[in-house]
Ligand binder design. Structure first.
Ligand code: PLP
Length: 406
């Protein structure tokens, strides 16, 4: 049983006011708020349990190491990885995808090799591939979405050629809310010897993820959207691919031995974790994942789907709002434009006056914005603590904005 009031009570920030109005936080796609257990874990760690990890032989270092390392198993459980050794910690999805670009793709791709992306990728899953295009002559191939924002998995599969080495694709669009059938894509890609990286930054927040069922080679998540601290994150790298990875940041922890003439690298996953990591952030991520798994990912998904349907019904009553992304089984993410409104920023400013936090702009998806022919959109993105009453506040605020601009 998903008791929304009990859930909300665990997020202290939700009881504050903004501009004299109760906060309606609908910017979860950018970053989510933190439950008290995560805030407490951070305080506890810095107040009583802090030291560097992996290095000391003293009590606090061992304690911090145990707490930090325990999170690897939690991430593995959360994503249903076969082993916690397939989990590499990092600062978030951006670093995770760059690790794959530098550590896996760069050493094995040459001029003319191809990477397939969908047009709705976040810049974090575009720019690292531009590096390969610029530096190595790798070709980026783009697959479009249809007018509802749906991505036909067959269109991705059809784009594969003998030159294709990697498909890098989002599991859930941060703009359209579209879910992608990454399992079908992965199965077909593997049959043709093509690896698949899934950007799970948004999907893992809203629905259960099973990387073994998907079968993908890489699955990136980011802690701050998962109700955990910013600067935390992880990437799942399937054991076979992990063995193929080259280190991409050099420093302490990722080595076994360094001499003046040689380096012996550490075993995976440590080979990909150089320097002092985000110790407390990662410990906080573990608590956030416990919190989500405690609620149950199926329960969170069912609750948010109901909320999505409510928002769809309300927004569809506003014929001067154009929602981008209308697939029925989408995530509770609504990007929209408004007739007569000067710019998305103007709408968000009016909403902010009513305590409603949304994001306005390009949402780090330049190619998608160009494809849709829009300079910017407003985006209301919901999380596990939002309510139908908050959707009503959004609708009222949109009506006010429309009255002002019409
Ligand atoms: N991919 C998607 C789909 C996202 O929504 C985001 C964040 O907005 C990212 C990647 C990048 O995540 P981070 O900035 O946490 O590295």
């Amino acid at each position: 049983m998903y008791d929304i009031e009990t859930v909300r009570a665990q997020f202290p920030i939700l009881s504050r006011e903004v501009n004299g109005k109760p906060l309606v936080y609908l910017d979860n796609g950018a970053s989510a708020q933190k439950p008290q257990v995560v805030i407490d874990a951070i305080t506890q760690s810095y107040s009583h349990e802090y030291a560097n990890v992996h290095r000391g032989l003293h009590y606090l270092s061992n304690l911090a190491t145990d707490k930090y390392e325990a999170v690897r198993g939690k991430v593995a459980t959360f994503l249903n990885a076969a082993s916690e050794d397939e989990i590499v910690f990092n600062s978030g999805t951006t670093e995770g995808i760059n690790a794959v670009a530098y550590g896996w793709a760069m050493p094995r791709m040459e001029a003319g090799d191809e990477i397939i992306l969908s047009v709705m990728e976040h810049h974090a899953n575009i720019v690292p591939w531009h590096f390969l295009r610029e530096r190595q002559g790798v070709v980026i191939k783009w697959v479009d979405v249809d007018s509802t924002g749906a991505l036909d998995p067959q269109a991705v599969i059809d784009a594969i050629t003998p030159k294709t080495k990697l498909i890098a694709i989002t599991h859930l669009s941060n703009v359209l809310g579209t879910k992608v059938d990454v399992k079908t894509i992965t199965t077909a890609a593997h049959a043709k010897g093509v690896a698949v990286l899934v950007d799970g930054s948004q999907a893992a927040v809203h629905m259960p993820v099973d990387v073994q069922d998907i079968g993908c080679d890489f699955y990136a998540v980011t802690g701050h959207k998962l109700y955990g601290p910013s600067g935390s994150g992880a990437i799942y790298i399937k054991a076979d691919r992990l063995r193929e990875m080259r280190p991409f940041i050099g420093g302490g922890d990722m080595i076994k031995e360094v001499t003046k003439d040689s380096v012996i690298y550490n075993d995976p996953p440590m080979i990909l974790e150089a320097g002092t990591p985000g110790i407390v952030q990662t410990i906080g991520l573990g608590v956030a994942l416990d919190f989500m798994m405690g609620l149950g990912m199926d329960n969170i998904a069912a609750y948010e789907n109901k909320l999505r349907d409510y928002a769809v019904s309300k927004l569809s009553g506003l014929n001067w709002i154009q929602v981008q992304g209308t697939t029925p089984d989408k995530g509770a993410i609504f990007s929209f434009t408004m007739d007569g409104a000067a710019h998305a920023h103007d709408i968000s400013t009016i909403l902010d006056k009513k305590g409603v936090a949304v994001r306005a702009g390009q949402h780090c998806t330049g190619p998608l914005m160009e494809y849709m022919g829009l300079p910017a959109t407003c985006r209301a993105s919901m999380g596990l603590y939002n309510t139908e009453a908050e959707v009503d506040v959004l609708i009222d605020a949109l009506e006010l904005a429309h009255d002002l601009f019409a």
